[in-house]
Design a protein around this ligand. Structure first.
Ligand SMILES: Cc1cc2nc3c(=O)[nH]c(=O)nc-3n(C[C@H](O)[C@H](O)[C@H](O)COP(=O)(O)O)c2cc1C
Length: 315
């Protein structure tokens, strides 16, 4: 069994987080992951405080284990949901797309463990100084919003830069990736793409099908021109977006408009033409639907075997 300091810090059995995923990571998925011994995370995405409150209460009915909430700092409801996590006694908050400094004092006072998703050592140091309990170092192989560095390059540099625990994310789908993350100095992993096909994940069936059918070079990153690149499956939507992204006659406003609502179209409606199917580069390694708990034990068991045998090359 792999036990690391993050297990004791958060009261979880396995050092495996399910990443916040807008329009997808709801109470059902988060509770299933937490019941499986990992850390389930509800995505607050762009929804308002009352929606989040409902999801938190639903998750509490489904599990008595710790779970977290992911707050997208760019959300127009960020101030509102930042209060809801305090009022509802959520033990862990992860943050994405921005600097959580503004909310940290209130969260820390409430005893919340704040674990920001970070793309660089500079931001890791800044959030560590502000009181983060740990950081999630996410490489650009991941699905969703991405930074510049790969997981392989980012994780060891973040481990050297801060004294708090580091969770690795991006490009991890099985025990090999988990074991590698441990070797790089991480004390846990966060997976998004692999959990998309969990039985308890309520994403549209077309989304699951596309993940299961994806090949190794089937993702692309778009949105660099607007300063917030995302990784998704190559689809008619991404092809159109890319064409316009490199067309100087297309304004930034038009480009923004094209992307708006595209994830919801994919996740909720399964729209294969207009939807944006966020997914990581390891989508092709995701080959079967499983209960979330089984995904966690499969990954951990494989990692354990690899780590036990890791000294075989050492003479
Ligand atoms: C469909 C999808 C939606 C995502 N939405 C968010 C989000 O709302 N907030 C966030 O911090 N990260 C988001 N992410 C990133 C994940 O939380 C996670 O860090 C990432 O998926 C890990 O890389 P992997 O996809 O290679 O497993 C999303 C990822 C995916 C695949």
């Amino acid at each position: 069994m792999i036990k690391t300091p993050i297990c004791d810090l958060l009261g979880i059995e396995y050092p495996v987080f399910q990443g916040g995923m807008a329009w997808i990571a709801d109470a059902s998925l988060a509770a299933a992951v937490s019941n499986g011994g990992g850390l389930g995370i509800i995505s607050a995405m762009n929804a308002n405080g009352e929606w989040l409150r409902g999801q938190i209460r639903e998750a509490k009915k489904l599990t008595d284990k710790p779970f977290g909430v992911n707050i997208m700092l760019m959300s127009p409801f960020a101030d509102e949901v930042a209060k809801v996590v305090v009022e509802e006694g959520v033990p862990v908050v992860t943050t994405g797309a921005g600097n959580p400094a503004k909310y940290m004092p209130a969260w820390l006072e409430a005893g919340i463990k704040v674990i920001p998703v970070i793309p660089s050592t500079g931001i890791a140091k800044r959030v560590a100084r502000a009181g983060a309990a740990a950081v999630i170092a996410e490489g650009g192989e991941s699905g969703g919003h991405i930074g510049e560095l790969t997981t392989m390059a980012l994780v060891p540099q973040v481990c050297d830069a801060v004294d708090i625990p580091v969770i690795a994310a991006g490009g991890i789908a099985d025990g090999r990736g988990f074991a590698a993350a441990i070797m790089l100095g991480a004390v846990g992993v966060q997976m998004g793409t692999r959990f998309l096909v969990a039985h308890e994940c309520n994403v549209h069936p077309n989304y699951k099908k596309k993940i299961l059918e994806a090949g190794d070079i089937d993702t692309a990153s778009t949105g660099r021109r607007l300063g917030h690149p995302v990784r998704s499956l190559k689809t008619p939507f991404t092809r159109e977006y890319m064409k316009k992204e490199y067309d100087p006659n297309v304004s930034n406003e038009e480009l923004e408009g094209l992307g708006a609502g595209a994830l919801r179209k994919a996740a909720v409606e399964g729209d294969e033409k207009a939807g944006c199917f966020l997914a990581g580069q390891i989508a092709s390694m995701v080959t079967k639907e499983q209960p979330a708990a089984e995904i966690i034990t499969d990954v951990c068991t494989q990692a354990e075997e690899i780590l036990k045998g890791a000294c075989k090359w050492v003479r």
